[in-house]
Design a protein around this ligand. Structure first.
Ligand SMILES: *Cc1c(COP(=O)(O)O)cnc(C)c1O
Length: 361
């Protein structure tokens, strides 16, 4: 069989495991610990199967209107997609060229960004996070690194650390002529949001998802917010690829979830409290835990290999995530679960680390 030259050069993203047989405490893909809001159930119960005969609204107008209302914007400022991954994937052909300066994103960040860059053959460069894993906004100045755009996950993944708004603004000011994509997959868990800067900066695109804060990873829905030219550009790419990226059920479910913010604020505040309690406890037990504004913790213990910690937890029925790479391999990333799940995780990770250290000593 003939395959493309492109295909041979690709290393695809590895998604976190979705176990099928064994029952795990699943803390590996940052899904929400709590169920979707009551009105999501209502939509599912009331949904008329006959409606599935027709193609969905290619513009997802109901969802765009709901989101626009919520942010005090116009539907022209909103783009919706099949998960924020799809939107990020559309950003590369919409804003970046092959024969141009590199796109910039941190050395430690969401590992899908370099995969999209490779798919579209777009050059990229990865300014290092500081030693404390914070983003150094100065690295994104064209005087330091000429670029054709910047992508910042805020809070960052897998560190969980949020860059204050003045850092985002510094990057926006330095790059007036090129797009700055702020991936806010975890903003609802206590990070800052760049949303208020949309009016002032025509180079800002904020990307959000229903997967984490809305407990809807199963429906695949994300959105982007920005000024009209950026949104229109994404529309051109989408309509050159697939007119119907959101199915009719997803549009209704996501719109219903947006109208239940009281519920979501409540569960996400609860998750933030569990996160902060767990971080304190783990630090008291001698772990290094980065300051997380997301629904996960990135932690390590001196003298304990991250991969061993990951494997031992898995053997005990607790799934976390381990990332190879010189700056991440000492760590594991654990989603913040319910109170009980978090209790079990904190106890197990301490026992395992102590066992490894004593075994050695
Ligand atoms: C989970 C995640 C996404 C993807 O979200 P989907 O909407 O489920 O595709 C994007 N960016 C970051 C940083 C994430 O952690």
């Amino acid at each position: 069989m003939k395959f493309s030259e492109l295909l041979k050069g690709l290393t695809p993203y590895t998604a976190g495991e979705q176990p099928k047989n064994k029952k795990y405490i699943k803390l590996n893909t940052n899904e929400n610990a709590y169920p979707p809001s009551p009105s999501v159930r209502g939509v599912l119960a009331a949904f008329d199967a006959d409606a599935l005969r027709l193609y969905p609204d290619p513009d997802a107008s109901e969802l765009k209107l709901t989101l626009a209302e919520r942010y005090g914007l116009s539907p022209e400022n909103i783009f919706t997609g099949n998960g924020s991954d799809e939107i990020l994937g559309f950003c590369f052909p919409a804003f970046f060229d092959r024969e141009s300066p590199p796109v910039l994103f941190p050395d430690v960040t969401y590992s899908f960004y370099p995969v999209y860059a490779a798919l579209y053959g777009i050059p990229y460069k990865t300014p290092p996070l500081r030693a404390d894993y914070t983003v150094d906004a100065a690295c994104y100045s064209p005087l330091v690194s000429p670029s054709q755009g910047v992508i910042i996950a805020n809070p960052n993944a897998p560190t969980g650390i949020a860059l204050p708004l003045y850092g985002i603004e510094e990057i926006l000011v330095q790059n007036r002529e090129t797009v700055v994509i702020v991936d806010e997959a975890y903003a609802e868990f206590g990070g800052v949001t760049a949303m208020p800067l949309i009016d002032e900066y025509d180079n800002l695109l904020v990307v959000r998802t229903f997967s984490k804060a809305y407990s809807l990873a199963g429906i695949r829905c994300g959105y982007a917010v920005g000024q009209k030219p950026l949104i229109d550009a994404l529309g051109v790419i989408k309509n050159s690829f697939n007119s119907y990226t959101l199915d009719s059920l997803t549009i209704k479910i996501a719109a219903a979830a947006c109208r239940d913010m009281e519920y979501y604020d409540m569960i996400n505040e609860r998750i933030a409290n569990i996160r902060d309690g767990a971080a304190r406890r783990l630090r008291a037990d001698g772990f290094t835990v980065l300051d997380s504004a997301a629904n996960f913790l990135f932690l390590k213990k001196d003298g304990v290999c991250g991969e061993r910690l990951f494997s031992a937890l898995k053997e005990r029925g607790i799934l976390t995530r381990h990332f190879k790479g010189s700056r991440t391999s000492d760590f594991i990333r654990a989603t913040v679960g319910t109170d009980t799940e978090t209790e079990v995780f904190c106890g197990a990770v301490k026992e395992i680390a102590d066992g490894i250290l004593h075994g050695k000593g």
